[in-house]
Write a protein of this length. Structure first.
Length: 469
């Protein structure tokens, strides 16, 4: 247990990762784990403030993930959780949040927000995975310290949100069998997550949200006026990461029959589907030759089968090579559910402008992520968390509209409740009207803003989502 907190902004060096990645750090203010230099930008270590006693405790716990094995990595996570939980009550008071906006007057607008990517139940999912059950401290840790932009259905309903694409992704299960091996249990876990969401929507969330199993239901739900007692936030199943397939093509058919609209073919690890864009430098894909591998043979099969089934291919998190490979293989429009342009944000995660133009020219959709760190070139996550705001989102939207010669294929994919940094002036999804207002101020075109916030994503789903009957 750590006896005390150091001042805000202090950094704790908890060991050294393998050479390409640089050192691992935990920010004691935000408790966000991040990294020095390495291949992932130019993050600097400001200082190390651990007392010698704290350092001894931390460094003794195998944080060194050089030549990291899965077992070592998970053990490290567990130690981090148990060590940091001791300061939870103090830190929770520092978390972003506060009361939601007063009910905005325009919540009855025909459209408020259709969000292409949000992790609506990630905390519960993590808690219900085999790892979460065995080591609840890990799930507690992730929930309490990383999930700052967590949402609740009632607030989304009160804000008048139209549609949420609920992304099924379990951070812990993806890490199992890392880096490249498939986890044969992954499809089972994905279906459990879908069950869990459906139980939530027919149980405690029933007054606020309901599942649309196909585009016809979605159209029906979206026709209900916001002032009707029948109005609910429409929710659509989507999946993040080809690892969810467990290395097999067969789960796709069942995912399609259950109405999964979109699957993001890769995530933190390639998992023999498509190379992943190095989200974290200490992950074993980083600095390997893997980022250049693009779409695997299995990945090609996945894309073709998804198109056959009417499921939308999402290339968020894919490397540039993988994006090009998908564009070579795909016959139907594809999606970037939560992305950014590399022109404004120099991250491996961001897409090159020419790829964005190609995706849009072929009828695709580009959902802008609302994480200021990934929208800009802030020196590090810590700085982005302090200084990032909706201005960063507006700047990205402006760039994309210009790049694409119009706004018709630009949408929003917040990635909220998914361990990302939220804009300081939009800590929760229920503050969405602040984004709308800023976009209206920028473009002075109410209809265009409504399209970006909702209509474009809805039109794209209506045209391209063919699963679920
Ligand atoms: Zn993502």
């Amino acid at each position: 247990m750590w006896p005390s907190l150091e001042p805000a902004g202090a950094l704790a060096d908890v060991g050294h990762a393998y050479p390409q990645a640089g050192a691992i750090h935990i920010d004691l203010c935000s408790l966000r784990v991040y990294f020095e230099a390495g291949s992932y930008g130019s993050e600097n270590v400001e200082s190390s403030v651990l007392t010698s006693e704290q350092r001894r405790l931390v460094e003794g716990k195998e944080y060194n993930i050089s030549n990291c094995s899965r077992r070592q990595f998970l053990r490290s996570s567990l130690y981090a959780s148990t060590g940091l939980l001791g300061v939870g009550p103090v830190l929770s008071a520092l978390a972003c949040g506060g009361p939601p906006d007063p009910l905005p007057s325009d919540r009855f607008d025909r459209r408020v927000l259709a969000d292409l990517h949000i992790h609506s139940l990630i905390d519960d999912w993590n808690r219900n995975t085999p790892l979460g059950i065995r080591y609840p401290a890990i799930a507690d840790f992730a929930d309490r310290y990383f999930n700052r932009s967590g949402m609740n259905w009632r607030d989304c309903h009160a804000a008048g949100i139209d549609l949420i694409c609920a992304a099924h992704f379990n951070v812990f299960d993806e890490w199992l069998s890392m880096p490249t091996d498939s986890n044969p249990e992954a499809p089972t876990q994905t279906f459990r997550m879908m069950d869990h969401l459906e139980e939530e929507l027919s149980g405690p969330a029933e007054p606020y949200a309901r599942l649309a199993r196909n585009r016809h239901q979605l159209a029906e739900f979206l026709d209900i006026p916001k002032d009707s007692p029948e109005y609910r936030v429409a929710v659509v199943h989507t999946v993040e990461g080809g690892h969810a397939l467990g290395g097999s093509i067969y789960p796709l058919e069942k995912l399609a029959s259950r109405g999964v609209a979109m699957l993001d073919i890769t995530h933190f690890f390639s998992k023999d589907v498509a190379s992943a864009a190095n989200s974290f430098p200490f992950f074993p894909d980083a600095n390997s030759r893997r980022p250049n591998l693009g779409l695997s043979e299995f990945g090609r099969e996945v894309v073709c089968e998804m198109e056959r089934l009417g499921m939308i291919v999402d290339v968020t998190h894919a490397t540039a090579t993988a994006v090009e490979d998908v564009l070579d293989v795909a016959c139907r429009p594809i999606a970037v559910s939560h992305g950014a342009s590399r022109t404004l944000a120099e991250h491996p995660y961001s897409l090159y402008d020419e790829h964005i133009q190609e995706i849009v020219a072929r009828g695709g959709i580009f959902g802008v992520i609302l994480d200021p760190y990934l929208l800009t070139n802030y020196a590090n996550v810590h700085y982005a968390e302090r200084s990032g705001s909706l201005r960063d989102v507006v700047r990205m939207v402006r760039h994309l509209v210009k790049l694409c010669g119009g706004h018709e294929h630009i949408a929003i994919g917040s990635d909220f409740a998914g361990y990302t940094v939220a804009p300081s002036d939009m800590p929760r999804l229920s503050y969405v009207h602040r984004l709308t207002k800023m976009l209206k101020d920028e473009f002075e075109d109410r209809r265009m803003v409504e399209d970006i916030m909702a209509n474009n994503a809805i039109d794209f789903l209506m045209a391209n989502w063919k699963t679920g009957g």
